[in-house]
Design a protein. Structure first.
Length: 202
């Protein structure tokens, strides 16, 4: 299936890029052109606004140009700031009204309302949920991101009341960028780890 192929491709791209969870706050950038100083790119591409999540590691296909690359980096920052905060304004800035989820889980509405639905329900279980933007790979009109979600299960999930246990799990997303916003995505989450931490059986 198309979504499975893209998810496998994302995993290969992340591994091939050597994105092993960098920790430098300066978001090191690896480029396809050796003559361009890697140290110049973070300042040009990453929006340093204090309200936006900052990528821990960033790999960019320089052939798309600095303007387009910066646009895609900012869209990634806005989208994952939404997941980090639950605030709809960041989602609205990042995704198109025609946004489509190509790996839509059962029970989640299609379109931009889907992430809102998911965030609200997740935060009912994990109110202090955060989203770390661990790795970002910009290639053409695609954004591939490795995410780490963290928090504490103090709410309720599937009828189970949390006891404050720590939650930490990974996810990988592929976002397709249109003219000015994200138009579709594919995503996979480590649900087995999440459900085990919540004490809920699938």
């Amino acid at each position: 299936m198309r979504s499975h192929t893209l998810i496998r491709t994302a995993a290969v791209l992340v591994a091939a890029a050597g994105l092993a969870g960098g920790t430098a706050a300066a978001a090191p950038v690896h480029e396809s052109a050796s003559h361009q100083s890697a140290h110049d790119w973070p300042q040009r591409l990453v929006d340093r606004s204090p309200d936006l999540v900052q990528p821990k590691a960033l790999t960019v296909d320089r052939s798309i140009g600095a303007r387009r690359a910066a646009q895609e980096v900012r869209l990634a920052q806005q989208l994952y700031t939404f997941w980090n905060t639950g605030q709809q304004r960041y989602l609205d800035a990042a995704v198109s009204p025609q946004f489509r989820d190509n790996t839509l889980p059962p029970g989640r509405p299609q379109g931009p309302s889907g992430p809102l639905f998911a965030s609200k329900n997740f935060r009912a279980a994990v109110p202090d949920l955060t989203c770390e933007l661990s790795d970002v790979l910009i290639s053409g009109d695609k954004i591939t991101a490795r995410l780490v979600f963290r928090g504490h299960f103090t709410g309720t999930f599937d009828g189970v009341r949390g006891q404050g246990q720590r939650v930490e799990f990974n996810a990988i997303d592929i976002q397709h960028v249109g003219t000015d916003r994200i138009t579709e995505d594919w995503h996979i989450e480590d649900n087995a780890t999440l459900l085990a931490q919540l004490g809920v059986h699938s």
